[in-house]
Design a protein around this ligand. Structure first.
Ligand code: ZN
Length: 183
C-alpha cells in the first residue's frame, strides 16, 4: 500500500492506489474510440468483462498465479462489486504457486523460459500432466527438465501395470472378471 514500494506510481494518477479502467492509446496497440480517448480497456476491466459475460456474477472459481492477488485480483473485485452491486465476485480464489526453473524464477527477462512446444516435441503431454500433478497447486513448482525422463518411466510403469491388469481380467474366469469390472 506504500506508493512506489512495488511498482513506480504511474504519472497522472491522483492517488497511487488508483488503477486504470481505460488505457489511452499507445503506438502499436489495438484501440477503440471512447468518450475519454482512443484506447483500450485496462487489464483488470478486461478480466471482469470476459468472466462476467461467459460465467455471470458471482461465479464459483477464479484462478490465477499468486503474483496476481495484488493488485490485479483485488482490482477485479473492486470493479465487479461496484458495477454489479454484488457482495463478492467469485466464491473461491485459487492461486497457484509460481513455476521456477532449477530454483530460479522463470521469466522472460531472465531468458530462462522453456516454451511448452519445445517440451512437447520431446515428451508426451501425459508425461507433463503427471509431472505437474506431483506438486500441490499452491506450492511453487520447480521445473527440472531432467526430471521428465524419470516421470516418463513412472508413467510407463503405470501403463504396464494397467495392461497386466486388463490381461489378467481377460484371462480370468467370467464371474471373477465381471466382479472386477463392475466394482
Ligand atoms: Zn485477470
Amino acid at each position: 500500500m506504500i506508493a512506489g514500494a512495488r511498482v513506480e506510481p504511474e504519472p497522472g494518477k491522483r492517488n497511487p492506489l488508483d488503477f486504470a479502467l481505460w488505457k489511452s492509446w499507445s503506438e502499436g496497440e489495438p484501440w477503440w474510440n471512447s468518450p475519454w480517448s482512443p484506447g483500450r480497456p485496462g487489464w483488470h476491466l478486461e478480466c471482469v468483462v470476459m468472466s462476467s459475460k461467459y460465467l455471470g456474477v458471482p461465479f464459483d472459481i477464479h484462478g490465477g498465479g499468486q503474483d496476481l492477488i495484488f493488485p490485479h485480483h483485488e482490482n477485479e473485485i473492486a470493479i465487479a462489486r461496484v458495477y454489479f452491486g454484488i457482495d463478492y465476485f467469485a466464491r473461491y480464489w485459487i492461486h497457484v504457486g509460481l513455476v521456477t526453473i532449477r530454483g530460479q524464477k522463470m521469466s522472460k527477462s531472465l531468458g530462462n523460459i522453456i516454451p511448452i512446444m519445445d517440451v512437447l516435441r520431446k515428451y508426451d503431454g501425459e508425461v507433463l500432466r503427471l509431472y505437474y500433478s506431483m506438486t500441490q497447486y499452491r506450492k511453487p513448482m520447480d521445473f527440472d527438465p531432467d526430471a521428465l525422463d524419470q516421470v516418463r518411466n513412472s508413467l510407463m510403469s503405470i501403463y504396464a501395470a494397467y495392461d497386466m491388469l486388463i490381461e489378467a481380467v481377460n484371462e480370468a474366469p467370467p464371474t471373477w472378471a465381471t466382479r472386477i469390472l463392475n466394482c
